[in-house]
Ligand binder design. Structure first.
Ligand SMILES: Cc1ncc(COP(=O)(O)O)c(C=O)c1O
Length: 372
């Protein structure tokens, strides 16, 4: 029998995925979750205008999507006050991170990021043979100074930071990000992941010129716009870097429904303002549920809240597992000391009620399991 001859790089990769999806978890459990609060999706859903636009485009699904994403790209350029040549649209930030790594990383290249930061970025770096250098969080924030110091020491191809960050939902002012850009070493590209920035306090969006060749900024319709399943993300960067994506990207990777939905969502500013209020209300609800149970909610600049369970990672894992037993899906940070927390996504009232109902027993059972 002939075998596919994998590249040595792929043959050496572990067979794991960065996140096991909630649908997979449901199949494994043999029953659905009643509260889907673990994947930082937006349970409030997309703008009704986006839904209508996607429904209207459904009948056109026989056509490939516009390979240039022309209308969305132009609208995004107008929205950000830059040229369409500064904008690349792709299959979510995740897809774009994969393309970016393909453009820049070959085996042995170094990359700097925070330990416990967004794992899908690490997955792509490793997938192209890059070497990750991970710096610890400081006070539950990603640490710009430590990241810059490491970058100055080793001159990585990429320096990744997410603002606000996942999994802690902490944030730095946008000016701190702009200052970071001004200090990245020559030859290093800063990757600023702003997946949650529309939900963050005023001033979190970094004041960065899209023509600055030292940085690429990633945005998504998955979070504030509630379109995670439509898979629409985009990046803002220097035109030369944007043009390079055309050499390797899947030109027909976007579907017409997603393109139409994202365009309508971008135009519906009223819904976005409403969403900011809904998410803020939900953050407060999660914080209150945590406090009612003697736990400490961390401040959040995103559509999820990291809740300090007051002990170590094993205890937080036990809480997470007990919540899952009660059909409430949450996730948690993977690296100490942030792994003392569980991470709860914002969502509508029924989900919040399910969380509030399940948490006291889940905590009691977790305490029984981990005495001491
Ligand atoms: C920091 C960060 N970046 C990117 C993503 C993924 O974005 P997208 O859905 O556009 O791939 C997430 C999703 O959880 C995230 O937390």
């Amino acid at each position: 029998m002939t075998q596919p001859r994998y590249t040595p790089l792929v043959a050496a990769l572990p067979a794991n995925v960065p996140f096991v999806g909630p649908d997979t978890l449901e199949r494994r459990r043999g029953r659905p979750f009643t509260a889907r609060l673990g994947a930082n999706e937006n349970g409030f859903g997309p703008s009704p205008r986006a839904i209508a636009a996607m429904a209207a485009a459904a009948g056109e699904a026989w056509m490939y999507g516009d390979a240039e994403n022309h209308d969305l790209r132009h609208a995004l350029a107008a929205h950000h006050g830059c040229a369409p040549e500064n904008v690349i649209v792709g299959e979510g930030i995740d897809g774009l991170l994969g393309y970016l790594c393909r453009l820049l990383i070959e085996p042995g290249d170094s990359v700097v990021t925070s330990d416990g930061a967004y794992p899908t970025f690490n997955f792509h770096v490793t997938g192209f043979g890059g070497i990750l250098h991970k710096l610890p969080y400081k006070g539950d924030h990603e640490d710009p100074e430590a990241l810059l110091a490491k970058a100055a020491e080793i001159g990585p191809k990429l320096l990744y930071i997410s603002n606000p960050d996942n999994p802690m939902a902490s944030h730095h002012p946008g000016t701190v990000m702009a200052e970071m850009v001004s200090r990245v070493p020559s030859g290093t590209l800063m990757v600023l992941d702003e997946a949650y920035v529309e939900l963050a306090p005023e001033g979190t969006e970094a004041p960065i010129d899209a023509n600055d060749p030292r940085v690429i900024r990633m945005r998504t319709f998955s979070k504030a716009h509630g379109l995670a399943g439509a898979r629409v993300g985009y990046a803002l960067a220097h035109p030369e870097l944007i043009a390079a994506f055309d050499k390797i990207r899947n030109h027909f990777g976007m579907c017409r429904m997603s393109q139409a939905g994202a365009l309508a969502a971008l135009q519906d500013k009223t819904w976005l303002a409403y969403m900011r209020r809904l998410v803020e209300g939900s953050r407060n609800t999660i914080a209150q549920i945590a406090r009612d149970n003697g736990l400490e909610p961390l401040p959040s600049a995103a559509n999820f809240v990291a809740v300090d369970c007051g002990a170590d990672g094993a205890f937080a894992t036990a809480v997470l597992e007990e919540l899952a037993q009660a059909d409430v899906f949450v996730r948690k940070p993977g690296v100490a000391p942030q792994d003392r927390c569980i991470r709860i996504s914002c969502g509508p009232e029924p989900e919040m009620h399910a969380l509030a109902a399940a948490l006291p027993d889940a905590l009691a059972r977790a305490r029984d399991r981990t005495p001491g």
